[in-house]
Write a protein that binds this ligand. Sequence first.
Ligand code: PLP
Length: 338
Amino acid sequence: MASSPAVGTAAPTFGTVTAPSMVRAVVTDGGFGPVETVPTAELSLHPFAHVLHYGSACFEGLKAHRGTDGVVRLFRHERHVVRMRRTAELLLLPVPPVELLTHAIEQAVTDNLDVAPASPGALYLRPLLFGTDPNIGAAAAPSRDAVLLVLASPVGDYFSGGGRALRLYVETELPRTTPQFGEAKAGANYVMALGVTRRAAAEHGVDQVLFAPGGSVQETGAANFLLLDDDRVITRGLDATFLHGITRDSILTLARDLGYAVEERDISVDELRSWRGEAALAGTAAVLAGVGTLVLDGREHTVGDGGVGPNTTRLREALVAIQRAEAPDRHGWLTPVG
Ligand SMILES: Cc1ncc(COP(=O)(O)O)c(C=O)c1O
């Protein structure tokens, strides 16, 4: 029988371990009911539910970190609240009020403090919102009924192999999702990218696909993409085509603090071909993961020396030190819970 890891251990595989309880709010005709704690267990759902037919579902992903002092702290959860509200708006789902969603996330941590692992593990939080109107004729109508859940899961490292440099396949034709929806953290975006990602993994043994439709770099299926060297950090400027990562924003902020020039602009595939510095993926799950190889034009391009570069390591460590409460939280990113 599977059991949750005790405090101080990292979970075996990202996302497979359930915390004992979850938080729920039922939405009726657009109005959010009270936030309540319930056991993490099967749901009862009407087979006519909007989400099952028309994909009215969105989510968030964030972490609470146990510091070296033992205190558990949420990392920038107010930004995840803003992003989830934006996604709900794009999907025409009832938009959770700021206070309610903030409270729901905090309550999911408080309820599951006992299973929050020590660093490099964390308690991963997965807010989830889906439409439940029991109407299979509602393809052209938004769902007014919905359920909001906040799931919790103790996690270790997302990419197996931890500090190993990643291999990416550069897809220069297909987009990850429809361009006007890249900004949404909706399940539909992930399932659209799945076929391309599985094919690239099978054919080229890669960890992820870097989507660069028309030769303009966007992001991978689960993280934002950055170029780095000793002086600069370069990443795509914010637009509607990709997910506005909170880790991306944190890394850019720390990079400025450390004296790097930050360039938010388009990156072309041509620039990738001639880039001599480092590359990395930024995301809640990946943190800042080094990229060692790009499969591009049917050939392998080694990035930097093929390992995790020193600037990637430096910025990753700067972020992790704040999350562990080992470095001062100058930007007010942490909220103690419990
Ligand atoms: C498609 C995609 N892009 C980027 C990110 C990074 O976002 P964040 O740093 O907010 O986790 C994620 C999530 O981790 C993602 O799924």
